[in-house]
Ligand binder design. Sequence first.
Ligand SMILES: [Ca+2]
Ligand SMILES: [Ca+2]
Length: 720
Amino acid sequence: METKNLLLCGIGSCLALTPAKAETKAEQKPNVLFIIMDDMCDWAKFLGGNNQVQTPNLDRLAARGRVFTNAYTAVPLSNPSRTALMSGIQPFVTGVYNNTNEISSYPVANNSLFMPRHFHDNGYETIISGKIFHTKPSADVMKGMWDDMTNIDGGYGPFIKNQSLPKEFQEKWINYEMWTGPDTDFPDVRNSQKIINYLNQNHSKPFFAAMGFYRPHAPYTAPKRYFDMYDLNTIQLPETMPDDLNDIPAYAINNFLKDRTHIASLKSTGNCAQQLVRAYLACVSFTDDRIGMILNALDNSAYADNTWIVLIGDNGFHHTEKDHWGKSTLWREACHVPFVIVPPKSMTSFQPGVCSRTVNLIDIYPTLIDLCNLPSVENQLAGTDIAPLFQNPETKWDKPSVSTFLPGNFVVHLNQWNFIKYANNSYELYNTETDENEFFNLAGKPEYKYMVDSLAKFLPTEWYVAPEPEKVESISEEISTPAWEAEVKRLNPSYARPAIGTAFANINSTEPYFDKYMLKGAIVSTAGTPNCVLAGFTHENATSVLSFRLSNDSAGYFEFPPMYNAGMLTLHVRSGAPNQKGYISVQKFDDEDWTTLAYLSTKKQTDFSATSIDEIITYPINIDEEVKLRIQGGNKYTQIFRVDITPYGVSGLQNIQQDNSYVYGRTLKIGAPCRISLYNTLGIKVFEKYVEDEILLPQSIGSGFFLLKTNMGVRKILLK
Ligand SMILES: [Ca+2]
Ligand SMILES: [Ca+2]
């Protein structure tokens, strides 16, 4: 068999193929099975990151391949990590540093030749199942990349229905549930079955099949039997050191360790931290099991002898180390990942084992080009072809790995040395040979200056800095702008503004807004009256602005779209009760119900002067975390003309980006089937439909900003 003989030649000799041999190899293209685990740190048995974890399938896969024990992600966060490894371009070149925007909004990344496209263009059938990208390149790019996208994504579900942790720790993500519903509740199960089915079919072309697991990423829901594999009473937390943070630059602590208080209370409350560690381990074992099924399917298929397997985690994870539960740091926990390359079974000359040379996931693309004999990609790939290390793990190697997290923050790994340099020039140095946990920062010690100096040479000298993002300073500001006025007219050409002087009580509610409250038609004042006293804002002669009314029975309320944080709340209100004071309340959604942050008293209507009919109430919300707020009607009915919430601190107020839906052009793709509703910027519902997977939104609803409501909440989208 030609293929077999060829593969037996081994990589080392293939590297020096004669043209004639290269042609032979090109005719017999090997398949690639590419597997990504989401948020999978080095807690696989074969990597030794946790000695309690049970990963029999990952271990048997690793035993057949080259295990890169010193492998790092390009970015310790899903979207930039995946963008870097799929494009082969460093994040500090593309500008894809975080999860916020779609790849399509970054020209360098979007226009790159992504690895699956390169396979596709060279005769491969390209299959995607589950989560490979986090946010996507443009629709055109995606279409050119994949032959079959019917099983793309699927989402992080199922989400927790029965909260397991004590009330103070209950939330959507960092929590768990021992799932007793069917396994098929999990997209990972459905998606991996798709790959198994694919391996059981006959294919005339070579394939690049990519399987992206959502686990062990939170929420930590997994079938109960995987929790049962671990005895909670014997679960050990990762090793930590009490004063570990004392020798870390303040920059790192302030920017990357924002959940210290939460983690401290988790660790000090019963066995909560142990419960979470067990939940993560259960999710690892769940994924391990599915990977075992894929491996069995491959081994029993016609492709076992001619398929390469690449298995990785997209980023590492802290499980209370450095008082952190998460990724997005430059320490080893967040950057160190599993990385295994398994050769086709026919390559019997291959000697499995570990390679401790320093490598990075960005090396995958050039390496697969070599292993599959694809044409090289010029002027794009930052990584290094590590096929020589696959063949001979002792190959002399002096190339460092560079990982990035947000602009100007880097870690250089080289052999046992980890050198972190932050954007403010503070830095850390660790020797993992003697200090695997990175407890002891050697950066300030004169005897290690030589190492700092030598590793600093590998730091990027320039990097992409994004233009300042447009901040949404106020959710309601559109209400007051000319654009908003135009929108009113576009949507309702017959809309008649009340005449100047119309009595307050005559302004009636018209439309439901988010199905939650009544949008009032207008509020009226004398021409030129600054009835909203924000700087620079008057109603001029038009004298109308949209507003809404809270009923006086506490049933009415105005709910904000979810926000990342909230600073100062400003309300422009007018009591509907002429001679009585009243109040309205500000509420925050906590776990399961609304809790009141403040009762804000409103003046009696007769207290307002003729030139200023609004009462302006300010209240500092000051919550620097994801928050859902609403203003609820109090004991009198109240007209609200305008509501503003400034961002907390320096961070921008943004609508929450859902992980499971995205828009390209006019196509809306959702992670899991659900009913979606679209509202225009007036809050009027313009479209509603049950969507299985994706939908092309009709032109009839127009372009511009819309509010998308799914079972995951509400967010703002832009339709072009
Ligand atoms: Ca991830
Ligand atoms: Ca330390």
